[in-house]
Design a protein around this ligand. Structure first.
Ligand SMILES: Cc1ncc(COP(=O)(O)O)c(C=O)c1O
Length: 288
């Protein structure tokens, strides 16, 4: 399969795709994006991802192309790439203009779609689980208006970049971020769940986090299959003392967490509830 990029109205080979240096996505991270994947050629969760893209754009007071335009671009790019299990990145920048902060200096949003073969974590990470580190970085604003709402998936991902760097320095696979008062919010590029007494819990949207599409799917799957699930504030101690834990994201799906800050969680192995949720998610996505 080849990597294809939809830009300036058509899919082209990825190595030929160019963005002007005056594009505000490049200058300021003035852009929004979504990442999803296909299963058997079909994008999973396209509508919720497009809805979140629109919410992110509203958060940045930015216009995005219509859903129909974006869906057509994705379909064209997928067709050109010809890969049943593809990674899809949909990006919309505010466009190019004179250098200057005033968003009115750019009036034509730029849509870019990247399609490439999906790259998954090693199978051992699914069977044995991963370690996470609770890091010092936070996506939560220190005070109202101090930074972009963490529910917005903008092109400025520096907090997560630095959070992952810190986690990797500490030998962990994923970073776990907290808000200003120390409640866990999410991973660097994932949401998380703990399992206690057979019940899943994840941080509520009110603590300030990206509303993951996989998080939402897992909550629905639990509700449909009689697994108790709730959204409530969680602290590092709740993760450390949990029976099981897992992280979720659109590309990786459900991945077991078995260690936090060097300490095992529960038995230090993926637990039965995690394995059940992984199987349900697998079934759901394969049947999509
Ligand atoms: C900060 C953050 N939280 C959560 C997620 C998981 O979201 P989704 O399940 O929609 O991929 C991501 C995905 O990239 C993310 O970047």
């Amino acid at each position: 399969m080849s990597e294809k990029v939809w830009i300036d109205g058509a899919p082209i080979d990825a190595h030929l795709a160019r963005v002007p240096v005056f594009d505000r996505g490049f200058l300021y991270g003035d852009s929004v994006y979504e990442v999803l994947r296909t299963f058997g050629g079909k994008p999973f969760g396209m509508q919720p991802h497009l809805a979140r893209l629109e919410r992110s754009a509203t958060g940045l007071e930015m216009k995005v192309p219509t859903r129909a335009e974006i869906e057509r671009a994705v379909a064209d790019t997928l067709r050109a790439a010809g890969e049943p299990d593809a990674y899809i990145r949909i990006m919309v920048t505010r466009g190019a203009g004179e250098i200057g902060l005033d968003p009115a200096m750019a009036d034509t949003p730029r849509l870019i779609v990247i399609v490439r073969p999906v790259k998954l974590p090693e199978p051992a990470l699914y069977s044995d689980g991963v370690e996470v580190a609770i890091v010092s970085r936070s996506r939560s604003p220190g005070q109202p208006g101090a930074s972009v709402d963490p529910a917005v998936k903008s092109g400025n991902y520096l907090v997560s970049v630095l959070a992952i760097a810190e986690a990797r320095r500490r030998g962990a696979y994923e970073a776990i971020l907290c808000d200003g008062v120390g409640r866990i919010t999410e991973g660097g590029s994932s949401n998380f769940f703990v399992v206690r007494g057979g019940r899943l819990s994840t941080a509520p949207l009110s603590v300030g986090l990206l509303e993951g599409i996989t998080r939402m799917t897992v909550i629905e799957l639990c509700r449909d299959n009689g697994i108790p699930v709730d959204e409530l504030p969680l602290w590092p101690v709740d993760l450390k003392r949990a029976d099981e834990a897992m992280l979720t994201s659109s590309v990786r799906g459900v991945l077991p967490i078995v260690r936090v800050d060097g300490q095992p969680i529960g038995g230090g192995k993926p637990g039965p509830v995690t394995c059940r949720v992984m199987a349900l998610y697998d079934q759901k996505t394969r049947g999509a």
